[in-house]
Design a binder for this molecule. Sequence first.
Ligand SMILES: C[S@@+](CC[C@H](N)C(=O)[O-])C[C@H]1O[C@@H](n2cnc3c(N)ncnc32)[C@H](O)[C@@H]1O
Length: 217
Amino acid sequence: MSQSSPSGEKDRSSLHHPRFAAFYEWMTQLGSSRRFTDPLRQELVGQATGVVLEIGAGNGLNFPFYDPARCERVEATEPDPAMLRYARQRLNQARVPVQLTAASIEALPFADHTFDSVVVTLVFCSVADPVQGFHEIKRVLKPGGILLMLEHVRAQGAVSAGIQNALVPVTTRLAGNCHWNRDTAQLLTQTGFHITQQRQLAGGLQPVISLQAIAPA
Ligand SMILES: C[S@@+](CC[C@H](N)C(=O)[O-])C[C@H]1O[C@@H](n2cnc3c(N)ncnc32)[C@H](O)[C@@H]1O
């Protein structure tokens, strides 16, 4: 059952990682971090069209990059109240209307076939049930709607993947449930999505991919 806060946000949250949220807010403001991620966010988020759902909006770093020429409005969801506080402070950086709601990907509070585009950046490593998450995206996307994703994923080499496996107990504990070794693109295709574009942006122990996919008809 959802609850409404005084600001009207629905609370479906069971996640609360205040220390990770504070660390993430600090880290993502570093020049080195922004120089890498801002152009990627701009490119990916700038492709979102129509009525858009952003999942796991975190501290709201994507908000400035929605293009008012393409995007009508954004429903942004985030389950962690600590992240929501930072996201709320960035709402005024958006050039399109953004509505922020507390919700997890596993139970999105939206009707079937609501959205033209879904944006997810650096979220799927942390999601408790990623398969259910992709089913929810399928449900809320309109037929022909697009999914735009930026994720760090499982390393390809056996040694790097082995190191990732060994460190997962640490990253899940200290980095907001981050499963560093998750093969998100494989889970995406397993749930029926068709990847139309995929690009590898970094490699080694922390491969980063950007992709575009469409849900099955
Ligand atoms: C590393 S942060 C990324 C935040 C933001 N998307 C960005 O690109 O900076 C991961 C985010 O995923 C969110 N998250 C974790 N589990 C989730 C779930 N089950 N449903 C939705 N979001 C989730 C976390 O609360 C956190 O805000």
